[in-house]
Design a protein around this ligand. Structure first.
Ligand code: SF4
Length: 213
């Protein structure tokens, strides 16, 4: 059984899959407390579902085959590996959004990982497990930095240089209400930085505090 916060279908709002219809499976519980967290409601949930129940729910959204497992932090629940395998058997393309603090070693190759590196502005700067760099696939995975200010921007830039991540798919995302997208855009252009800037599309389409979108 998995402790679930919510399951819904919406438009993918982040990553290089932005804009595509996607089924989101949000698992409950998180080991971090980022100060800009917009899913604090996912820290606790009374809902528990079996893998079969979850797959049945996902099938309700056929023919949408893109599925994102997110949280909270989805890797805190060991049964997530069975979920991954069942979704794969069901023919789904699986995105896994994780906060970077849990070891990625045993995630199957077919899963597309979107891995956060928490910047100082999050209040969880030291949470990233450096060992995880070994398990991030340069061809298919994505590394995300959520930036609160110029200090975070320079910190992320230094991180990319230090760990030679230039050839990875790097996402830079401004914290909504804290960092103006225009400022981030200007810095990226000035530095000619090979990163992909992204805005949270779901917050532009829907009310920014709306759940289940
Ligand atoms: S890792 Fe994600 S879910 Fe957890 S506190 Fe940070 S932003 Fe919120």
């Amino acid at each position: 059984m998995l402790n679930i916060s919510e399951i819904f279908c919406s438009i993918q709002g982040e990553s290089t899959y932005t804009g595509l219809p996607c089924v989101f499976i949000r698992l409950a519980g998180c080991n971090l407390r980022c100060n800009y967290c917009d899913t604090t409601y996912s820290y606790k949930s009374e809902i528990t579902l079996s893998i079969n129940d979850i797959i049945a729910k996902v099938k309700e959204y056929d023919p949408v085959k893109l599925v994102e497992i997110t949280g909270g932090e989805p890797l805190l629940q060991p049964e997530v590996f069975q979920l991954i395998s069942s979704l794969h058997e069901n023919g789904n393309t699986i995105l896994l959004e994780t906060n970077g603090s849990i070891l990625l070693k045993n995630i199957p190759e077919y899963v597309i990982k979107i891995v956060d590196v928490k910047c100082p502005g999050s209040g969880e700067e030291d949470s990233f497990l450096l060992e995880n760099l070994e398990f991030i696939n340069q061809e298919s995975d994505e590394i995300k930095f959520v930036l609160s200010d110029n200090f975070d921007y320079n910190w992320a830039k230094d991180f990319i240089m230090k760990y030679k991540l230039n050839d990875y798919e790097i996402l830079f995302s401004p914290v909504s209400g804290k960092l103006e997208p225009q400022d981030l855009a200007k810095w990226i252009i000035e530095d000619k930085l090979p990163v992909r800037m992204q805005l949270q599309l779901h917050k532009i389409i829907w009310d920014k505090d709306k759940r289940g979108v």
